[in-house]
Design a protein around this ligand. Structure first.
Ligand SMILES: [Zn+2]
Length: 293
């Protein structure tokens, strides 16, 4: 960990790059630490921007990511970089320091919505986050490429308008199911559950799983009780992490006929941010309506 900066500089020298190498001609290069931000950047940047998302493999657990030389090379060439912050991707600020470029704009989603380390880091599930990120991306693109400012503004407006079905769905689910108790294997869906007015249980258990530590026997027993005694309507679980204890709880939920909704950290291949969120909201509404309905 401590040697990342040193490794980074060594690597740049090996590539024949200096940390201040100017961006080459061609499309503007943008690196997103996670593909939900990369996807929105692509929607706003259009053909003028070449977007690289570091975390995009749905089989990967972003909480356990370790960096690679390819990421360093991409960051060294990036005019704009965006990452989540709130300690979700601590490797990113380290690499940015190691490849510092005065003209590069760095967007930290957590800063835009006033979140910090220790807060639930799954900020992209919080409805106010993506509009703030989209505006910051458009501003950074305009600054880097003023000739296409009107294009970025137009795409920003399109993106913001495209969130309406999502927001309508959130309001509808909240109206119908607000107050229902639910549980989850991890706090991935936590902000969205709060936006839906759902009452989240077993939060201590969720933090243990997220941090890759063993949940206490007491927390596991409380979770099982919630399922077996139907104290919760729905169990959310993170499809991208397959902890043994979690898979066992999913089995218990299914046996007890508690609806199970799988959610993911990253945008699944072949879809975009809005459709992904809408699909998970539709799954949630169906699950809240009850099993086999
Ligand atoms: Zn997570």
């Amino acid at each position: 960990m401590k040697t990342i900066a040193g490794l980074a500089l060594g690597f740049l020298v090996a590539l024949g790059l200096s940390p201040t190498t100017a961006a080459a001609d061609g499309p503007l290069k943008l690196v997103a630490a996670e593909n939900f931000y990369g996807n929105v950047a692509h929607q706003i940047g259009g053909l003028q921007v070449e977007v690289v998302s570091v975390m995009s493999n749905p089989d990967q657990d972003p909480h356990l990511f370790e960096t690679s030389p390819a990421v360093l090379r991409q960051l060294a060439a990036a005019r704009i970089a965006i990452y989540n912050g709130a300690d979700y991707d601590p490797w990113m600020p380290k690499l940015l320091n190691a490849t510092s470029k005065p003209e590069r704009t760095v967007i930290v989603a957590a800063d835009l919505v006033h979140k910090k380390a220790g807060d639930n880091p799954h900020l992209w599930y919080d409805p106010p986050t993506m509009p703030a990120v989209a505006r910051a991306l458009a501003a950074a693109l305009e600054k880097a490429d003023p000739d296409h400012a009107a294009d970025y503004q137009a795409r920003l407006a399109t993106f913001l308008a495209s969130l309406k079905p999502l927001n309508d769905k959130i309001a509808a689910v909240r109206k119908k199911y607000g107050g229902a108790a639910v549980t989850a294997s991890e706090p991935v869906f936590g902000y969205m559950a709060a936006a839906l007015g759902l009452k989240m249980r077993n939060e201590k258990f969720q933090l243990s799983i997220m941090n890759d530590t063993e949940p206490s026997a007491r927390d596991v027993a409380a979770f099982e009780r919630d399922l077996k005694q139907h104290k919760v309507r729905v169990m959310f679980y993170n499809k991208q992490a397959s902890d043994k204890i979690v898979l066992h709880l999913v089995e218990i939920a299914r046996a007890a006929k508690v609806s199970v909704v799988g959610v993911t950290e990253l945008v699944p291949p072949g879809t975009n941010f809005q459709d992904w969120m809408l699909r998970e909201l539709n799954d949630t509404a169906k699950a809240l309506a009850g099993p086999s309905s």
